[in-house]
Structures are given as C-alpha cells and as structure tokens.
Design a protein around this ligand. Structure first.
Ligand code: ADP
Ligand code: MG
Length: 238
C-alpha cells in the first residue's frame, strides 16, 4: 500500500502557484529523494507532508487517509532541517525528549526511548551537554534522534547535510542509509545535491519550477533522462 500520496496537490502563495499540480506515490519503507534546484518547491512539498503548510488544493494521503487538515503535532512525522534547530537552552536529553511532550508517555519510559535513539545515532555520551558545545555533525545526529524518538511513520530530511563539511557529509550519508536499513521508516530526503540523491535514494523525484520532471531510480535518471533539464541536473550525457 502507498504510504504517501499527493493527489493533484496545489500550493499557492498569494497569486503564485508554487506547486501547480503535484501527483506522487511513495511506498511504505521507501527512501526517496526530492531533487531539484533552489526555489523549485522541495521544502514547500516537505512542509505540506509535515503539516507546517496546508495544501491550497488537492489531497494529501497517509496510508489512504486524507491528512490535509491534520495538524503537525497529530501527524507522526519526524523532521530534520538543514540548520539543526535544536533548543540552545536545553540539554541534548531534553531536546530529544521534546517531541514526546504531547504524549502521555510515562517519564521513565520516555527516558528509556531517549536513551535508545541516542545509542542508535551514537550521541549517548552527549546527553547532558548543550547544543552549543557540540560539533555540527553531533548536532545533526541529535536532530536525527529527536526526529526518531516518536517512532515516526515518516522521516523528512530537508537538506540535512548541507551545513556539514565534505568528509562529514560523506560519512553521514552512510549513517543515514544504515539507519534507514535498520528502521525501515519511509524517508523523504530533500536535496539540491545530485550526488547525495543518487547515492542515497531508491528513487529520485526530480523537480523543476514546482513540477515533477521525472521519477525513477538513480540509474533511470542517469541513463534515461526524460529531458535536457534532468540530464543537465544529474550530470548525465544528453
Ligand atoms: P526549495 O526548497 O526547492 O529551495 P521552496 O519550497 O523553499 O524551494 O520555495 C519554492 C518557492 O515558493 C520559492 O519561490 C519561494 O520563494 C516560495 N515560497 C516558499 N515558502 C513561501 C512562503 N511562506 N510565502 C511565500 N512564498 C514562499
Ligand atoms: Mg528548501
């Protein structure tokens, strides 16, 4: 069954249709990349999945249920942003604990969950620190732990590696892939980096100016680009 479906989804800001008509199916457990140049509507699409932006038209479905009106906190979605967006005044432990605040999870159970996800992303030694004391890579691991603590049905990653230096970016790609392999959580990675998309995703959704230009495996896009735009963007011969 499809986990996520965009059915004729529109997103309009003022008079501008930033997303004029989006149609897309993401299967349960898939790792897909939304790839395209800056300003093409990747984050807008991700924000609609997160419940941060409401669609202006069409239907957004999770497991066949329309979620257009479901508030962000009532969607079981974890998000990691490009800038870590951790709360600077809180310890790493409290940052990771934060998404559980609306849930009636008993405190000791919540703390056990925090410990488990912290071990998963290897930040268990850092739980008493503040975000300001951590490196960029460590902060991004904490952000991942925070995104995973509710055991989300969907993990959204918006340019999560863009602020990291090249070697760290490389190792984090592998770490995120291995997390996905362990957890099997449906994952949408937003990126403008074609190497990141081709090395990490099972399927790539290539966007241009609010529209989906091509959907396929990294090989499909590389070997059989549907347009000069895709060829140019992926770096394959036209
Ligand atoms: P990307 O993530 O691919 O770089 P975005 O989804 O952030 O692109 O933006 C797509 C377009 O929508 C841009 O032209 C941007 O200016 C516009 N946009 C995004 N969010 C808003 C908003 N809250 N209000 C008005 N315009 C917006
Ligand atoms: Mg963006």
């Amino acid at each position: 069954m499809a986990k996520i479906e965009f059915r004729h989804v529109v997103k309009r800001f003022g008079a501008v249709d930033v997303i004029p008509d989006m149609n897309l199916v993401i299967d349960d457990g898939e790792f897909v990349a939304l790839l395209g140049p800056s300003g093409c509507g990747k984050s807008t699409s991700l924000f609609m999945l997160a419940g941060i932006y409401l669609p202006s038209g069409g239907e957004l479905l999770f497991d066949g249920r329309v979620v257009n009106e479901v508030e962000a906190r009532d969607r079981n979605v974890g998000i990691v942003f490009q800038s870590y967006a951790l709360y600077p005044h809180m310890s790493v432990r409290d940052n990771i604990l934060f998404p559980l605040r609306f849930k009636k999870t008993p405190r000791d159970e919540a703390l056990a969950r925090v410990k488990a996800v912290a071990e998963l992303v290897r930040v268990e030694e850092l739980l008493d620190r503040r975000p300001g004391e951590l490196s960029g890579g460590q902060q991004q691991r904490v952000a991942l732990a925070r995104a995973l603590v509710k055991e989300p049905e969907l993990l959204l990653l918006d340019e999560p590696l863009s602020n990291l230096d090249a070697s760290l970016r490389l190792s984090m790609r592998t770490e995120i892939k291995s997390l996905h392999a362990q957890l099997g959580v449906t994952t949408l990675l937003v990126t403008h980096d074609q190497i990141e998309a081709t090395t990490m995703a099972d399927r790539i959704i290539c966007m241009r100016a609010g529209r989906i230009e091509q959907v396929g495996t990294p090989d499909d896009l590389y070997l059989r680009p549907s347009s000069l735009f895709v060829a140019g963007f992926i770096g394959s011969p036209p």
